[in-house]
Design a protein around this ligand. Structure first.
Ligand code: PHE
Length: 654
């Protein structure tokens, strides 16, 4: 083995591989990403689909990757060279992996940096002043607000909460294409109501695509009217209002005459009417929960106390939420702070990778991973005593077909790759450092079960808090940073210690994943170019960091690339995540599955699986040859628009 340089490492202990591979798998994907995409995709059914993806696609491909790594004992590019021949195009899979590692790490360090920032904030005990101020605001409120105001506040908030699910279900009854048509109709009306092109243009800049589609409807037929409205700038307000009213009416009737649009509008409006009806009913029902009537004095007082207590708690929580929310927003929108932390995190990652596999990583994993697990469990138990727990459990575990969105199915699959560190050769690389060959099947299943368990627990830790604060689960990438401090602030004194531990351990979990990402990139230069480890780690760590700078700035209002979000529909950070998770990893995973299932020499496969019962081997072959590739291909087909899965699913279930 000529390319096996001294800088190739090896795990020190038998458990080394499992620890490191689990360390790679368990990371921000579990604690930061999974909860927030579960929240965005409506919960239960998304989780179920994700679990299916883990079982049918994730585990088989995990086995494939480890197998390739163990058989070749080289990093991905070199591994395909060794197994498939020097000239083979399969090495491209390795290249894709190196690229994916590059892209993922570039924004991964930004999120890990936020976690570092929050660790420091926790050491400075940032939740205590939040806690105290909220108490004060609440006490004030209790003393000054009228009982009617309190009641209104409660009823509004609770109605909103009660309605969340039913409304989503009602909305889901509208066909996606109908809804799109309806949205075009309303945006067209909005645009028509804008009295001049100047305002229409602002609308376009603000809302992008949708409005421009809507504008299109106005522009196509109503050119003359628009030209007339151009002239409006010079005329009096009354005339402007009059003219724009006319334009509005004529656009409306014209759109209603459209044979395709009309049924879409009608279908949507029918549901909207139902929604309105439901809202009225819900408000009445909630009002009854907070009765306030002239009965006996004692009874009336009890009613008032009930309302007062509830409203005060609500106000206190709102106050805590606002402060915590702005704490995250501050970091995320401050590009320089984000860059600073990302740099620091990258530095630590580089130092560890430069020091080599197996030295510190294994030992640290052995200690800190169980700690992370224990801390998450503690927070789940805390959550079990909050008012939002029941709602959280049903949100995470109750599959509701109304919440099924095809884009969610796709995201679930992409995330299965991301969370298991699959599709880019991380497991090939780690597998290649294995000296003794433990049982492949049980290794893979262990890693996947650990990883999935932590992801599910993370949801059970976060959502009770989210719900008991009456918040929506779809807070996006800030979810964990916004929800966990709520609990820590609520807990008061002891909250500080929990906060430090929690964010500290998240940083650690991120670190063990980041190491594997950089390792894939660095090991290419170590294995293929005979570079020394230090040079590879420092050089590529540095380059990846530079590539991550725009991600760190992407939520900063002073971001230097203002055209990015409008032209890509997402900010730079989200674009990188989207590219890597939804394209590169599934693509890489597909190719790895095809290679491991169809092209890898039979003898090698057999050698790796020598200890597995033949039924298991058969099962794996079916999964990796047929099921996994087909599922991934379906996903990619939908991505490129060959298949409109939203419509398809609506047809099947709706
Ligand atoms: N699995 C890691 C996580 O969940 C991320 C990762 C992806 C690491 C791909 C390595 C390779 O955070």
């Amino acid at each position: 083995m000529t390319t096996e340089t001294a800088d190739r490492g090896q795990w020190k202990t038998r458990a080394g591989f499992i620890l490191a591979a689990a360390g790679s798998a368990v990371g921000l994907g579990n604690i930061w990403k999974f909860p927030y995409i579960t929240g965005e995709n409506g919960g239960g059914l998304f989780v179920l689909i994700y679990l299916i993806c883990i079982a049918l696609v994730g585990i088989p491909i995990m086995m494939g990757e480890i197998m390739i790594g163990r058989a070749a004992r080289k990093q991905p590019v070199a591994a395909f060279h060794a197994l498939a021949g020097k000239k083979s195009a399969w090495a491209g899979v390795g290249w894709l992996g190196v690229l994916a590692g590059f892209v993922i790490l570039s924004y991964y360090i930004v999120v890990a940096g936020w976690a570092m920032d929050f660790t420091l904030k926790s050491i400075a005990n940032f939740t205590e002043p939040i806690h105290d101020r909220a108490e004060q605001v609440a006490t004030n409120y209790r003393a000054t607000a009228s009982i009617d105001d309190m009641r209104t506040l409660l009823v509004e908030r609770e109605t909103e909460r009660e309605l969340r699910e039913p409304l989503r279900q009602l909305q889901a009854q509208v066909r996606p294409s109908d809804w799109k048509g309806y949205e075009r109709y309303t945006t067209a009306l909005g645009a028509a109501g804008a009295p001049d092109l100047y305002r229409a243009e602002i609308l376009h800049e603000t809302y992008g695509e949708e409005v421009s589609a809507g504008m299109q409807l106005v522009l196509s037929d109503a050119d003359s009217q628009l030209i007339a409205t151009w002239g409006l700038l010079g005329v009096g307000e009354d005339e402007q209002a009059q003219a724009s009213q006319e334009l509005y009416e004529s656009t409306r009737s014209r759109l209603l005459e459209d044979a395709k649009l009309r049924p879409q509008i009608e279908a949507s409006e029918a549901i909207l009417a139902q929604i309105e009806e439901r809202t009225r009913e819900a408000r009445l029902a909630v009002l009854a929960v907070y009765p306030l009537v002239e009965v006996g004095a004692a009874e009336r007082e009890a009613q008032e106390i009930f309302i007062r207590d509830k409203a005060t708690t609500l106000v206190r929580r709102n106050e805590i939420f606002d402060s915590v929310d702005s704490a995250f927003t501050q970091v995320a929108t401050d590009g320089w702070t984000s860059v600073f932390w990302a740099a620091l995190f990258m530095l630590v990652t580089i130092i560890i990778v430069a020091a080599g596999i197996g030295s510190g990583i294994e030992r640290a994993c052995r200690l800190l991973m169980p700690m992370l697990f224990a801390l998450i469990l503690i927070m789940v138990v805390y959550g079990a005593f909050t008012s939002g727990f029941a709602e959280a459990v049903s949100f995470v575990f109750k599959p509701d077909p109304h919440n099924l969105k095809a884009s969610g199915v796709l995201e679930a699959l992409g995330h299965a790759f991301f969370t298991l560190s699959l599709g880019m050769g991380a497991m090939i690389t780690y597998g290649s450092y294995q000296a003794t060959k433990e049982r492949l099947v049980s290794q893979s299943v262990t890693i996947a079960v650990l990883d999935t368990g932590i992801a599910l627990l993370a949801c059970l830790m976060i959502f009770p808090i989210t719900f008991s604060y009456g918040q929506e689960p779809d807070a996006g990438p800030g979810l964990v940073f916004k929800s966990m401090p709520l609990a820590f602030a609520e807990i008061g004194k002891g909250g500080m210690l929990l906060a430090i531990l929690f964010f500290g351990l998240v940083v650690f979990a991120a670190l063990t994943s980041a190491i594997s990402l950089l390792e894939v990139v660095a090991s290419y230069f170590i294995d293929q170019w005979n570079w020394n480890r230090k040079k590879a780690a420092w050089l590529f760590g540095g380059v990846i960091f530079l590539f991550g700078v725009p991600s760190a700035f992407s939520m900063d209002p002073n971001f230097a690339m203002p055209g990015w979000a409008p032209s890509f529909g997402k900010n730079f950070f989200d674009t990188m995540d989207y590219l890597a998770s939804n394209w590169m990893l599934p693509m890489g995973g597909l190719l790895i599955a095809i290679y491991a299932g169809w092209f890898m020499p039979k003898k090698m496969r057999a050698a790796e699986l020598a200890d597995a019962p033949s039924a298991l081997v058969m099962g794996w072959l079916v999964l990796i040859r047929f099921i996994a590739p087909v599922l991934v291909i379906i996903v990619l087909a939908q991505k490129v628009g060959i298949l409109d899965a939203d419509e398809l699913l609506h047809g099947l279930f709706g």
